[in-house]
Design a protein around this ligand. Structure first.
Ligand code: ATP
Ligand code: MG
Length: 275
């Protein structure tokens, strides 16, 4: 499919910082056109709203284990999460969100990807675009030649870009949730506690998490076979740990590019894809 999305005038980091700032400050009053995107994930559902110029105006997240291995496994839960997010966005922006673009994980079939659209429609939204997640992410990152890797909670998705065109996609299990399992086992805590500690003192736990990070690096290497000379760009929250990108770069002996607030790259690209 041809993806029509807002073309960024500033760097990816500029827009990602603005997304993060919408979490800290009260949303500014919005006038004119708005665009929304919904990212259904393994651990969270994210709704992002931009103004007509593509500037991030609002973002909200609901915990929801809607997807597993790229498939919608909790349809009702996903619908409820999207419905709550739409209500929160209406209260925050003063706008009714009537339509949005939705993403689907790379490498899944047409019927599975349609399930993502049905979630939106059941939540009362028109689906303006059904976009694979790596294309949405690249609307923000604008990679010409490179490997875009979206490491989420449950999966590692890869898109290969050559001359700005998406020439290959693939997806395997493995992400932030698996790092939590490793940390919980090593520290003797619950998975929830491991998630909390990973976020608060991630750097301290890097030695424990190194084998898990190297496992993700192996997946990236396998999923980008034949494209080993291309730099790797990291989207998604799974590798937001301080030092993680360096571990992956050392293991692969490849250039790895990381971005601030990487977990909002795909959600922002989805809002930009909703024209
Ligand atoms: N500050 C942080 N430090 C370390 N890990 C983080 C941080 N913030 C989020 N994460 C991790 O990011 C993951 C969630 O990322 P993301 O929102 O991209 O996943 P998802 O879209 O729900 O999952 P998937 O793409 O696999 O379906 C979780 O595993 C979480 O632990
Ligand atoms: Mg995701």
């Amino acid at each position: 499919m041809t993806l029509t999305a807002v073309r960024p005038a500033q760097s990816a980091g500029y827009y990602l910082d603005r997304v993060a700032r919408t979490l800290e400050a009260a949303p500014l009053p919005l006038s004119g056109e708005i665009h929304a995107g919904v990212d259904l994930g393994t651990s969270t559902v994210v709704l992002t709203v931009t103004d007509g110029d593509g500037l991030p105006a609002f973002v909200a997240t609901e915990p929801c284990e809607a997807l597993r291995d790229g498939v919608v496994v909790d349809f009702g839960g996903a619908v409820e999460a999207v419905t709550r997010l739409v209500e929160t966005a209406a209260a925050g922006t003063g706008h009714r969100i009537g339509a949005a673009a939705v993403g689907y994980p790379p490498g899944i079939g047409p019927s599975e990807s349609r399930a993502c659209r049905f979630v939106l429609e059941r939540a009362g939204l028109d689906c303006t675009a059904l976009v694979d997640e790596v294309s949405a992410a690249n609307a923000v990152l604008c990679i010409g030649d490179g490997v875009l890797v979206d490491v989420g909670a449950g999966s590692t998705g890869v898109g290969i870009f050559r001359g700005g065109e998406l020439v290959g996609v693939a997806d395997v299990a493995g992400g932030g949730h698996h790092l939590n399992l490793i940390l919980a086992g090593a520290l003797g805590t619950s998975v929830e506690e491991a998630e909390r500690r990973k976020r608060t003192d991630g750097a301290d736990h890097l030695p424990i998490l190194r084998p898990g990070l190297e496992r993700i690096a192996v997946s990236i290497d396998r999923l980008s076979t034949g494209h080993g000379s291309l730099p790797v760009h990291l989207a998604g929250g799974g590798l937001m740990l301080p030092g993680a990108a360096e571990v992956v770069s050392q293991y692969l002996a490849r250039e790895v590019v990381e971005y601030p607030h990487a977990l909002y790259i795909t959600p922002l690209g989805l809002a930009w894809s909703s024209q």
